[in-house]
Design a protein around this ligand. Structure first.
Ligand SMILES: [Zn+2]
Length: 341
């Protein structure tokens, strides 16, 4: 661990994914190396990419094995997509109630990611989602909702090199950024009390005034720090203002690493975030399949006061989700039978 990192901080990682089973030992080792004590597995749900809900089963199994450490944010069942639109057999509000009854700690939504928005085929503010969002708002059930993407992802010519080589950019069939922004704005107006965390800083890292406006308007909303490494470049380029923002809004920002992504990850992605928060170091972006090659200038840490670091890395998650993971209501086989209707 590098100098200036507080080794006694009981770090909670609010945003990781489970890779294939053969990679789980490495994942747990990398979380430990980062100083992570508890973590929230984000499962994107069942779909034609995972028709048997294997990812969800794996998340529940890990929660069963490590009940003090593992939070699970469950996803919806997207297997009923026909003719480019989602027609769920089980209403979404029932699905999310079932997730909570099973012992999940929150709901993960990927419906605002542009390619997923296209795949689902319903506007974010559409009638399909409304009862579920109303329920989540009333119950304060935690939601981690990926909405948008960095603007450069809408063109082959501006997308970063690591993404271009994987074909990760959006063609004209994918909803535009403006459309997604308008849809989510209507959701926000309708559900101001949603216990929602918007990952990747809601892609506002280069628009801190807009981020401040969002957080001031919606006191229940929060942002997470899972890279997009562009966030850390944007904060570095605007260092004094970013530091002031992080101190002012320390109650509204959550640590998250996105460890475990399917494309692979570097061991130091979590440590990069910690170093950025806790030290004044200038350092290169560490090797990582979703961050490098990266020719941009070094990152420059914010060296935040200890109490701000503690809120971002521990307390905000505890307040919004809980100090202790919820208990599973039954063994995993029974729960999966209940889930797979
Ligand atoms: Zn993620």
């Amino acid at each position: 661990m590098s100098d200036g990192i507080n080794q006694s901080l009981p770090l909670i990682d609010g945003h990781i994914h489970l890779p294939g089973r053969e990679m789980c030992d490495k994942l747990l080792a990398d979380l430990k190396y980062t100083g992570t004590r508890k973590f929230a597995v984000q499962n994107i749900g069942r779909s034609r990419h995972d028709p048997d809900g294997k990812g969800f089963r794996q998340a529940l199994e890990m929660k069963q094995r490590m009940p003090e450490e593992v939070f699970v944010f469950g996803g919806l069942d997207f297997s009923d997509i026909t003719d480019g639109a989602y027609k769920p057999r089980v209403p979404l509000v029932e699905q999310v109630q079932k997730l909570r009854d099973m012992g999940c700690d929150g709901l993960k939504l990927l419906t605002g990611k542009p390619d997923f928005r296209k795949f689902v085929g319903h506007p974010l503010d559409g009638a399909l989602f409304e009862p579920m969002l109303k329920w989540a708002e009333e119950t304060r059930f935690p939601v981690l909702w990926h909405v948008g993407d960095p603007p450069e992802f809408w063109s082959e010519h501006t997308v970063p090199p690591w993404a271009r080589t994987r074909g990760w950019w959006y063609d004209s069939t994918v909803p535009k950024k403006k459309q997604i922004d308008e849809e989510i704005e209507r959701v926000f107006l309708r559900h101001p009390k949603l216990n929602v965390t918007l990952p990747h800083f809601f892609f506002l890292s280069d628009r801190l005034d807009d981020a401040a406006k969002l957080l001031d308007t919606y006191p229940n909303y929060a942002l997470d720090l899972a890279p997009g490494v562009e966030m850390y470049h944007n904060f570095t380029a605007n260092h004094a203002k970013a530091r002031a923002f992080f101190i002012k809004y320390a109650d509204r920002i959550l640590y998250g690493s996105d460890f475990g992504m399917g494309c692979g990850w570097g061991q130091d992605r979590g440590m990069m975030i910690r170093r950025f928060l806790e030290t004044d170091d200038r350092f290169d972006v560490p090797e990582d399949p979703a961050m490098t090659p990266d020719e941009r200038p070094k990152l420059h840490g914010l060296n935040l006061p200890a109490d701000a670091v503690r809120k971002i890395c521990v307390d905000n998650f505890v307040r919004r989700v809980g100090a202790k993971p919820r208990s599973l209501a039954a063994d995993v086989d029974t729960l999966m039978k209940r889930w797979m209707v």
